[in-house]
Structures are given as C-alpha cells and as structure tokens.
Design a protein around this ligand. Sequence first.
Ligand SMILES: NC(=O)c1ccc[n+]([C@@H]2O[C@H](COP(=O)([O-])OP(=O)(O)OC[C@H]3O[C@@H](n4cnc5c(N)ncnc54)[C@H](OP(=O)(O)O)[C@@H]3O)[C@@H](O)[C@H]2O)c1
Length: 287
Amino acid sequence: MERIFVTGGSGLLGSKFATITSDYEIITTYNTNPRNDAVKLDITRKDDVLSKIESLNPDLVIHSAALTNVDYCEDHQEEADKINAQGTLNLVKACDQTDSKLIYVSTDFVFDGKKGMYREDDETNPLNYYGKSKLKGEEYIQNSDIEYAISRVSVLYGWHTNFNFVTWVISELKEGNDINIVTDEYNSPTFADNAAETILNIYSKGREGVYHIAGDERINRYDFAVNIARVFELDETLINPILSEDLSRSAPRPMDSSLSVEKALNDLDIKLLNTTDGLKEMKKVMK
Ligand SMILES: NC(=O)c1ccc[n+]([C@@H]2O[C@H](COP(=O)([O-])OP(=O)(O)OC[C@H]3O[C@@H](n4cnc5c(N)ncnc54)[C@H](OP(=O)(O)O)[C@@H]3O)[C@@H](O)[C@H]2O)c1
C-alpha cells in the first residue's frame, strides 16, 4: 500500500485525509496539538524533518501545515517566514532525498484581489505577509527538481475542534449573538473534506503543477454567512452587513481572491462543492 505523509494533521484540512480514504497508509503530524496516532514534527527543525521523512520514506508528502492566522503573520513576519517559507523548503529538501512527490497546500491570498476568478497562471502579487510567505513556499517548490503539485485553496471550512468561519458563525448564531460580516470581500470558500478528496485525486491521477482546489463559486463573506444561517436553520437577521473599511485588522486583505476551478474540473474526476452543497454535507454529519 502506498504511504502518504501529511503535515498539519492536527489542522482542519490535514485532519481530513485519514478519515476519507483507506486506499493509502496515511501518517499525519502535529506540532503543538497532539492527536492520536499522529507523529510530532516541527517543520522548522530541518534535521528532524529530514530524519522523519527518510525513515518513513513516503510515496507522497501532503504539506498542509502552516501558520494560518493572517493578522498574526503580519505582526510576526519572521515567524511566518520560518514556518511557511523555510518550513516548506525543509520539506522540499527531504522529498528530494527520498524521491517523494510533494503536494503543497497554498492559498488564494497569493493574489492581490484586483481581478477575481484567478486562473492558475495569473500573476501573483500578495498584499499581506501571510500571502508572501506562502508564495515563497510555492517558489521553493517550483525551483526544485522534485515532482510536485500545488493546490491553492480559499477560506477552508468544515467540522474541526478549532473554530473556522462556518463553525464560528453557527456557534454565534446559536448563542443569539449579533455578528458583523463584510459584504465587499469575495472568495471561493472550500469545504475541507472536498479539498482533501480532490488533493488525493491529483495524486491518484498523476497530475502535476498548480491547481485551484476551491468551491465552485465566487461569494462575499456576508452572503456566505447568510447561507450558513439558512442551511443550519438559524436566525439570519443577527448577521449585520458591514464594509471591510469598518474593520481594524493588521493585514490588508485582497478584495476579490475568488479562484477559477475550471482546470481542476477538466483534469480531475471530482466535483468542487459550492457553499450550499458543502454546508449541506456538513449538516448531514452534524456534531
Ligand atoms: N484556513 C484557511 O481558510 C486557508 C485558506 C487558504 C489556504 N489555507 C492553507 O491550507 C492549509 C491548511 O490550513 P488549515 O486551516 O487546515 O490549518 P490550521 O487548521 O490552522 O492548522 C495548521 C496546522 O499547521 C500545524 N503547524 C503550525 N506550525 C507548525 C510547525 N512549526 N511545524 C509543524 N506543524 C505546524 C498545526 O499544528 P498544531 O496545531 O499541532 O500546532 C496545524 O496542524 C495551510 O497550508 C494554509 O496555509 C488555509
């Protein structure tokens, strides 16, 4: 059985791989949040990355670990660079040693958001340090000799122990709290289970290069929140529309980082779920 090594197994996306397939041996890692059966790995520790990957000799490494808090990255740029860029370089070097394929999970925030519905070969121009550090990771991979794919996702959501946008909105509305959500930021929210399945499809079909793996939809945050309320039968009048200029955040955001998923739909045997369908899938397995 082929072996897949997943970094960030304690995170939202990384936690999904082991639950959606039994076709591969999946080994996941955690850093600060221990998980059953997961291996401890700090990707900034170059020697540890190399020795773990050499001893496990995986066919594929899915690199999902990252510092994902966009404002924290803006305020802690050295740390963001160490984890998102240098950590990725450590994995590239290890994959080079073991001839393992690498699939790197990147972000819609590599784009500046002036255009929207970005295609894989559109010019990148990150506005914030999170996007810059993730793009550096992409460049380290593209400048290496390893076999790779890069899958850019956008606003991940799904059931997980830590809050994401969807589970936070559900929790706030259930508590009867008013929430302020921006109407002028657009992206392509990505159901984590669907993204994990699609990333495995990239591997099983032997695809390489950059893929946008996101929901098949361009939607603003406010409409997404209203969709959440409707699917989970919660009070949508608690959701107040605001503008991004009303928020005070460290990191600038792209106004429209929605992703075109046409290439993935043409090349892969997969459906990429829009928010209504993704939310309905979540509801089926409601915790
Ligand atoms: N979340 C989004 O909306 C979004 C949007 C676009 C792209 N992405 C990309 O998608 C991927 C998955 O995101 P996610 O939301 O699933 O992540 P997440 O839930 O925030 O989890 C981050 C993961 O990275 C691990 N990690 C952090 N620092 C590490 C280090 N130094 N060494 C090893 N592991 C470390 C964490 O481990 P511990 O918790 O055990 O410390 C955790 O498993 C990331 O690459 C992210 O950049 C996410």
